[in-house]
Design a binder for this molecule. Structure first.
Ligand SMILES: C[S@@+](CC[C@H](N)C(=O)[O-])C[C@H]1O[C@@H](n2cnc3c(N)ncnc32)[C@H](O)[C@@H]1O
Length: 364
């Protein structure tokens, strides 16, 4: 069951202790040391990201001919840069440095909070990072959205961070028009978004769609008696990203798209959002939960632990089938504007909140 939030301020304070990024910074560092990446980078002097991938790939037998595996190495380089192990002298020219920032060790009290509050997320990252060496050397994906994987996803997706983000987003989307408001939960997964919609706006007219229905029983059980009034679209009616959504133009006031964006293949992304635009009514809003990739200029994401947390998440989930990663923030804003969306600020002053985790695009 997802956590519910009574006091957003307190919830965010817990989140902003950064226990997960702190714990997994040590873990990813340990991974890099054990794999021999840290010793290799020390020998490299000055290098570009391509040279980093080539050297590490060749010496450690990583299959960098594969785009998602190569991408993992570039994330790792960005992470090591954030930790102070590599310094970027000019665009795409790095050198090894010894000015590493200290790696915090969580106290036993903090470990206790992490396990209690962030257990599902921590377990998921742990299993993924455990597997990354094998994956980089060519083993198959660890998880996909297939039968038998539902519980893994359910434990992960119910995590505190996502739950806060979904709740805040739904508040920001101001779904208060009652039963006249039609909302689509795009890629409902194991149902945490549906559960949050039912809790925040019980009278809303809800449509649930996903490209697979293997997680539907979990979603149904999460919404209880509300399941009967949700319109569940059969998985056969939608092939997934790249296929037209099976709805008329201007059907919905709201679309919730939570934690699905990183699974859109890059060449299809614009078309996916264009199709969301199509099915929204004028003044309709699509709310998206997905981190933006930390920008080098630190214009969008400044906080060191937010940045590290995003690198860790992106790196870890890369062992999942279909993961395409967190997207460049400026490109996302440009894509949305090109399609015709405008910025919306129903609650917050900003287009995206929580350091880029929550987005709301409005159709004029
Ligand atoms: C990380 S889960 C998020 C689920 C849910 N929205 C949430 O917030 O918990 C990603 C979702 O994207 C869907 N998905 C993955 N690949 C897809 C594809 N190629 N086309 C359509 N949906 C896809 C999965 O079925 C899953 O529901």
């Amino acid at each position: 069951m997802a956590t519910t939030f009574e006091n957003t301020r307190l919830d965010i304070d817990v989140l902003r202790q950064f226990l997960v990024p702190k714990h997994f910074t040590a873990r990813l560092f340990e991974f890099s040391r054990r794999e021999g990446i840290l010793s290799l980078i020390r020998t490299m002097g000055r290098f570009t990201s391509q040279e980093f991938c080539n050297v590490i790939g060749k010496k450690l037998g990583y299959q960098i001919g594969n785009a998602s595996r190569k991408r993992m190495l570039t994330i790792l380089l960005d992470f090591l840069e954030e930790c102070g192990h590599a310094f970027q002298e000019k665009p795409d020219s790095y050198k090894y440095t010894l000015h590493t920032k200290p790696i915090p060790k969580l106290s036993s009290k903090e470990m206790e909070i992490m396990e209690k509050t962030f257990g599902g997320q921590a377990l998921f990252f742990e299993r993924c990072i455990d597997y990354t060496g094998d994956f980089l050397r060519g083993r198959d994906y660890l998880y996909g959205f297939d039968k038998g994987m539902e519980d893994i996803w359910d434990k992960f997706l119910g995590n505190y961070e996502f739950s806060i983000a979904r709740d805040m987003l739904l508040k920001a989307m101001a779904i208060n028009e009652g039963s006249n408001c039609k909302i689509m939960d795009l890629c409902y997964g194991t149902g945490y978004g549906l559960e949050a919609i039912c809790r925040n706006s019980p009278d809303t007219d809800i449509t649930a769609i996903d490209f697979t229905d293997v997680m539907k029983p979990l979603a149904v059980s999460k919404v209880g008696s509300s399941a009967a009034k949700i319109r569940w679209i059969d998985a056969n009616a939608w092939r997934g990203f790249g296929a037209k959504l099976p709805f008329e133009d201007m059907t919905f006031e709201r679309v919730l798209f939570s934690c699905g964006d990183p699974y859109i293949p890059e060449p299809l992304r614009r078309d996916v959002y264009r199709d969301i635009f199509r099915v929204l009514k004028p003044a309709g809003i699509v709310g998206v939960v997905a981190w933006g990739y930390p920008d080098k200029e630190k214009k969008h994401i400044q906080n060191e632990w937010v940045r590290k947390g995003i690198y860790i998440h992106d790196f870890a989930e890369s062992v999942c089938k279909g993961w395409n990663g967190f997207r460049n923030i400026d490109s996302t804003i440009k894509m949305a504007r090109d399609i015709g969306f405008v910025e919306t600020n129903t609650i917050f002053d900003n287009f995206y909140m929580l350091d880029s985790a929550i987005w709301a695009f409005k159709k004029p």
